[in-house]
Design a protein around this ligand. Sequence first.
Ligand SMILES: [Mg+2]
Ligand SMILES: [Zn+2]
Length: 199
Amino acid sequence: MPSTNARPVVFFDRDGTINVEAGYIRRVEDLNLIEGAGEAIARLNKAGVLCVLTTNQTGAARGYYPESHIHDLHARLTSLLAGHGAKLDAIYYCPHLSPEEGGEVAPYNIACNCRKPMPGMIEQAVAEIPDLDMSRAFVVGDKSTDVELARNSKVKGVLVETGYGQRVQAGEYQWPVQPDFQASSIVQAAEWILQQLKN
Ligand SMILES: [Mg+2]
Ligand SMILES: [Zn+2]
């Protein structure tokens, strides 16, 4: 049973969900927020909903940039969100990619349990963050693998139509999915989640 302090939580994807999908972002200044993303996260912050980033980042495993660059990108993301009064309560990323999938650089070129849609990042959050109420938990993302992460973690999945979302549902990227809710963007996703939490 969750404790009385237990708080609802949203596990957010990054690229195509919070910031504009731009492939592998080699220059930090090329990371930019999707319209309304800051305000949407700020609304959830104010409502007492924990906002946790869960993102696959294979750029280091592919040799595009060092792992430290992922931290630089997250510093930029944190700063842009702060400009809208928004904050992420925790940041988890999977830097891994198996050799079969194209991972080349050690120590990242391994099969792991944290690459979405596998549930490792959410399991780590549950282990590390006190008072997560996993009965009031959501994943928001733009890929089929985000919706599958929700399924694999037994929480509600929201697909956003930004990033790859529309191509997913058109059958042009990964595979079509049936999320618990399909949102035009993170703005509508946050509204739906806040509505769900009232019920
Ligand atoms: Mg994404
Ligand atoms: Zn991993």
